[in-house]
Design a protein around this ligand. Structure first.
Ligand SMILES: Nc1ncnc2c1ncn2[C@@H]1O[C@H](COP(=O)(O)OP(=O)(O)OP(=O)(O)O)[C@@H](O)[C@H]1O
Ligand SMILES: [Mg+2]
Length: 105
């Protein structure tokens, strides 16, 4: 399992969210964040508002999920965002006790 963390523009969030649902990746965590990339914000703002999405996915779905995020969040201009992929040790669905991939979606 991997956690895909994507920091994207707020304007792209609905489109990314809907596209993920269409490929069967429904559960996610999302929250507003502030950050800066290599350009270091836009004067006079040091940090700019973005949306962060966290999704724990099966190893076999990582590339598909990354592709969906990119296709729906890329404008080709600075600030489109960034994706990080992080190994995840385990997942447990509290209601049933299911573990690993079975607990995801
Ligand atoms: N190395 C990083 N570590 C943590 N967060 C980052 C990192 N790079 C980018 N971010 C987060 O992603 C957001 C968007 O980054 P951004 O798209 O500007 O990246 P970039 O590397 O500057 O690429 P670009 O040149 O396309 O703008 C930032 O506001 C910040 O929240
Ligand atoms: Mg940038």
């Amino acid at each position: 399992m991997k956690k895909v963390e994507a920091i994207i523009r707020g304007n792209d969030f609905d489109r990314v969210k809907n596209a993920l649902k269409q490929i069967g990746v429904v559960p996610l965590t999302a929250y507003p964040v502030q950050g800066r990339g290599v350009q270091g914000g836009v004067p006079p703002y040091d940090l700019l508002p973005k949306m962060k999405i966290e999704i724990v996915v099966k190893d076999e779905d990582v590339e598909k999920v990354i592709g969906v995020i990119i296709r729906n969040a890329r404008s080709g201009t600075p600030g489109d965002g960034k994706i990080f992929v992080i190994p995840v040790e385990d997942a447990i669905r509290i209601r049933t006790g299911e573990k690993g991939n079975e607990a995801l979606y």
